[in-house]
Design a protein around this ligand. Structure first.
Ligand code: ADP
Ligand code: MG
Length: 242
């Protein structure tokens, strides 16, 4: 049977020392889906993304597009189509916005100039604020603009699956919703998205499906369209929602 999921984990677990921070996790992301992973601070969300991106050792199975990636080094995942926007954003502060975007396309295998230019134009269209600031030093951008730049740079890799770790972290509500609006647009254009987020309502407003993590486990899979289950979850598990 052909694997329908773009990404699938089966019994994926990870430990720091003797502490099993990630209990066996089963998740899947189908092509075209927008999936949210929610949960309070310390739930293991970042650890899950690190395991998916092969940044930490883990046990269990992990498949991308029907192929096992457990032995694939992190650097090779971009070639397959997986790109992570990490929590730290990894913006190069002393470099300009343009240079940061160019870095995204740097490692692109066999991409022709026309394809790179098309992605560049798409990024500028998605984030007009960046297009007005191409020569500005990235470190002088606002938090929201830096997150846009981090997403823009990830898009320059031309991913098939975009993974993001708490894109709204440290941002004002308005900037958070701008970033999520852009993610919604990207998904509507066909990009598959897996986003880790503490701000549940923001993520649930766009997600097709959601997983809630707590103490290293998936404890619920709420239906984002079901307001009652959203509210119940907010009270039960997601202490600091906004
Ligand atoms: N490098 C590390 N060494 C040891 N423990 C860690 C490390 N990173 C995270 N942890 C622990 O793993 C748990 C999950 O952390 P994390 O995945 O960062 O959660 P979240 O992203 O949901 O806030 C927490 O208890 C945290 O303290
Ligand atoms: Mg985290």
């Amino acid at each position: 049977m052909r694997e329908a999921a773009l990404l699938r984990s089966q019994g994926l677990s990870a430990s720091y020392g003797h502490v099993e921070v990630l209990k066996p996790i089963d998740i899947h992301v189908a092509p075209g889906e927008f999936i949210a992973i929610l949960g309070p601070n310390g739930a293991g969300k970042t650890t899950l993304l690190k395991a998916i991106m092969r940044l930490i050792p883990s046990q269990g199975e992990l498949m991308f597009d029907g192929q096992s990636i457990v032995n694939t080094p992190t650097w090779a995942l971009a070639d397959l189509g997986m790109t992570l926007v990490p929590e730290s954003r990894m913006i190069f502060g002393p470099m300009t916005v343009l240079e940061n975007l160019q870095l995204g396309a740097y490692s692109r295998p066999g991409a022709d100039r026309a394809a790179v230019n098309a992605d560049f134009e798409a990024v500028l269209k998605l984030f007009p604020k960046l297009s007005q600031r191409l020569d500005q030093i990235a470190g002088s951008l606002s938090g929201g603009e830096q997150q846009m730049l981090a997403v823009g740079r990830a898009l320059m890799v031309h991913p098939r699956l975009l993974l993001l770790d708490e894109p709204s972290l440290g941002l004002a509500p308005r900037a958070s919703s701008e970033v999520f609006q852009a993610l919604g647009q990207l998904n509507q254009q066909g990009l598959t998205i897996l986003v880790v987020e503490q701000k549940a309502p923001l993520a649930l407003s766009l997600a097709h499906r959601a997983y809630v993590m707590h103490t290293g486990q998936i404890i619920a899979t709420p239906d984002p369209k079901d307001i009652a289950s959203r509210d119940a979850l907010a009270h039960l598990y997601l202490g600091d929602i906004q």
